[in-house]
Design a protein around this ligand. Structure first.
Ligand SMILES: C[S@@+](CC[C@H](N)C(=O)[O-])C[C@H]1O[C@@H](n2cnc3c(N)ncnc32)[C@H](O)[C@@H]1O
Length: 255
């Protein structure tokens, strides 16, 4: 499943020679239960969710995900979505914008950034990634982001928070985590690869709660991270955390 038809096509090309049958479906993983029902599948042995965005999305300026490439402030992974990042930035109330920045990405300067955005948009609509990045840098008092070599760009968390809001990443992850126990066979495994602390925390707390209610056994006590070698060859793997849980049979033995 992928919400982005372009990535689905790339996956299709990569898997063209695979011996096993592969169904590539343009769908949100929040809808996994319905998708499986449509395929006539009641239970599965494994679910692997590789969260977030891909390099093919981040590195294309016109998709609007990155402050490193100027482009329209879009950020939709799924072209069926109606609301873009520009819509949010230009219409949310200042308080709601601050909440999005703080709760989605722990941007502690969220209130300041929201205030600056609201000041600027009174004069003209904010429509590009470059413009938004400059507004954020000004709000947090950084005149030359490129000079701060050791630190992350000041707009990093703002862009992450907006992307998460546009694509409803936390609600979709919660839906997947809620459905997974009903879809996994006994002994089946759920693996989730997350890329930042807010989503990793959702996975950790869900697995822990289901362990205490007797639904899951934890396969990974601590998340698996990329080896030093992988981090060198693929720097974006640095933030990846893989957690795995195993579905235990329930008392009714229905799986
Ligand atoms: C980190 S990339 C991994 C892609 C693929 N596993 C690979 O290795 O090339 C995450 C992918 O998940 C997709 N995605 C993000 N949220 C999704 C969701 N809720 N439902 C389905 N796909 C989603 C994105 O469009 C993106 O292609």
């Amino acid at each position: 499943l992928d919400v982005d038809p372009r990535n689905l096509a790339a996956a299709g090309a990569a898997l063209a020679g695979a011996a096993a049958r592969v169904d590539l479906i343009h769908a949100n993983f929040a809808e996994l239960a319905g998708v499986l029902a449509g395929l006539g599948i009641s239970h599965v042995d494994a679910i692997l969710a590789d969260l977030g965005v891909s390099s093919t999305q981040l590195d294309v300026g016109e998709r609007g995900f990155s402050f490193q490439h100027d482009g329209p402030l879009d950020m939709r992974m799924d072209p069926r979505l109606k609301t873009t990042a520009a819509d949010l930035v230009n219409s949310l109330r200042e308080k709601d914008l601050g909440d999005v920045l703080f709760y989605n990405a722990q941007e502690f300067a969220g209130r300041k950034v929201a205030r600056e955005i609201c000041t600027v948009r009174r004069d003209s609509r904010i429509t590009t990634t470059g413009h938004l990045a400059r507004i954020v840098a000004k709000a947090v008092g950084v005149s030359d982001p490129a000079s701060r070599k050791a630190k992350i760009h000041p707009a990093t968390r703002t862009f992450l928070a907006l992307r998460m809001e546009v694509n409803q990443e936390i609600p979709n992850l919660k839906a997947l985590l809620a459905h997974a126990p009903t879809l996994l066979s006994a002994g089946g495994r759920l693996g989730v690869i997350s890329f930042h602390s807010v989503e990793d925390k959702e996975v950790k707390l869900d697995f822990r709660a289901r362990k205490s209610e007797g639904t899951y056994e934890l396969v990974t006590k601590k998340p698996i991270t990329a080896s030093a070698e992988e981090r060198d060859t693929n720097p974006r793997s640095r933030s990846a955390k893989l957690r795995v849980a195993m579905r235990l049979a329930d008392d009714r033995g229905q799986h």
